[in-house]
Write a protein that binds this ligand. Structure first.
Ligand SMILES: NC(=O)c1ccc[n+]([C@@H]2O[C@H](COP(=O)([O-])OP(=O)(O)OC[C@H]3O[C@@H](n4cnc5c(N)ncnc54)[C@H](O)[C@@H]3O)[C@@H](O)[C@H]2O)c1
Length: 377
């Protein structure tokens, strides 16, 4: 296991759309981490990141791994590349935080995890949004017992017009993408944070349109679709909680669906969007006439409570602190469980049957105000 002195040196591979949000978040924890190097397969992107953030030596992943100042690789490449970066970085003895999903398939994730185990390094996986105030507040309410036994939940993941809103949307319609693997990991992490591991899954998926058309100032592009863009699933947790989860790129128009609602024997909790850190939590017990806003258990993280990911990186900080011995909340076990569940929704549809989930894990520990003060001062 590589020993890491603080602040840990971060090497970021993949200088695309989400990089700026990581840089904003990580800059707030300079006593814990500092970015020492950027790499990208596209040299112009690595150079642009180096010049924007004043960090020298842009290059490729092998260049980054040859730099002794890099303690932790932060993997912001597209999903189909994740496992290759994980394999190379662990062979070079570096700890890794990877964006979600852990890999494009559980099979490929399993092979990468064998390499990780062989080299004795720590691997953590996004998302980290379940560590945000809104999800930690929901957890405090549920663990506090006010709602009584939790019976079930409904959650809708609807990324409207995603191809128009993402600057490089092609990967979202290929294996490793789709609404299940793109936004699904946020939801599964939020579900596991609140209700523990998922034991079985059933569901149906379909492709909405075989081609997506995007209009850009330079012209019109067609994106071929090779993964389902609409999925509807039932998730049964080991605890007995039964969830309804819809993930779709085919809900085009504004709607009135809840992001995430939880039903207990004593009342209902309206939680926040699983892909965002901040938001409001409302509770309504059966005897109440109105919804009650629950005071947040942690201060807000996202400036102005913006929904667009302006800031990311709590999971990187959690990984760096966990190197001293405590369990990492954004663990690769959670990443693998999430990937297995999301893949099982597809298999359940293909095979018209319920699929049992083989991976399991303990719920990640709650995040506290003391953790945030230590990280952000
Ligand atoms: N865009 C978002 O809003 C968002 C939000 C959260 C998480 N994510 C996740 O972050 C990851 C990156 O997403 P993005 O939107 O920034 O994608 P992007 O396509 O904008 O950027 C990916 C970058 O990785 C580089 N790359 C590809 N293959 C590489 C390789 N083999 N070695 C080095 N660099 C390589 C590309 O050149 C590109 O610059 C994905 O896993 C995605 O799921 C994205």
């Amino acid at each position: 296991m590589r020993n890491v002195d603080l602040p840990a040196g971060l090497g970021i591979v993949g200088c695309g759309n989400i990089l700026a949000a990581y840089m904003t978040g990580l800059a707030r924890a300079s006593q814990l981490v500092r970015v020492v190097r950027f790499a990208d397969a596209d040299s112009t992107r690595a150079e642009a990141a180096s010049s924007t953030y004043g960090v020298g030596k842009p290059g490729t992943l092998p260049d980054l791994l040859a730099d002794p100042e890099v303690d932790v690789v932060v993997n912001l490449t597209p999903p189909t590349v994740h496992d290759e970066v994980i394999r190379q970085a662990s062979a070079a003895g570096r700890h890794i935080f990877t964006e979600k999903p852990l890999s494009a398939t559980t099979l490929r994730a399993g092979t990468a995890l064998e390499v990780v185990a062989r080299h004795g390094i720590s691997l953590a996986c996004a998302p980290d949004t379940f560590l945000g105030p809104v999800h930690q507040t929901s957890r405090a309410v549920i663990d506090g017992g006010e709602l009584g036994e939790i019976i079930g939940y409904t959650a809708f993941s609807t990324y409207r017009r995603v191809e128009e809103r993402h600057p490089n949307p092609g990967f979202l319609f290929q294996p490793g993408g789709g609404p299940l693997l793109d936004l699904g990991p946020y939801y599964i992490a939020a579900f596991v944070n609140l209700f523990g591991p998922i034991a079985s899954v059933s569901g149906r998926t379909r492709i909405g349109a075989s081609v997506r058309r995007v209009t850009r100032p330079t012209g019109m592009f067609e994106i071929p679709v090779s993964v389902p863009t609409h999925a509807s699933a039932t998730l049964t947790h080991a605890s007995g909680v039964v969830g309804t989860f819809v993930a779709s790129f085919d809900i085009w128009d504004p709607h009135h669906l809840p992001d995430f609602e939880i039903y207990g024997e004593n009342g209902t909790l309206e939680s926040g969007h699983p892909a965002w850190y901040d938001g409001d939590v409302f509770v309504r017990l059966h005897r109440d006439d109105e919804w009650r806003l629950v005071p947040t258990v942690l201060p807000d993280i996202q400036p102005g409570r913006q929904r667009f990911p302006l800031t990311r990186g709590l999971g990187v900080l959690d990984l760096v602190e966990s190197l001293s011995g405590r369990p990492c909340r954004t663990s690769s076990e959670l990443g693998l469980h999430s990937l297995e569940v999301l893949e099982a929704i597809q298999r359940a549809s293909d095979e018209s049957r319920a699929i049992s989930i083989s991976t399991t894990l303990d719920r990640p520990a709650p995040l506290t105000g003391a953790d945030l003060t230590r990280w952000f001062g």
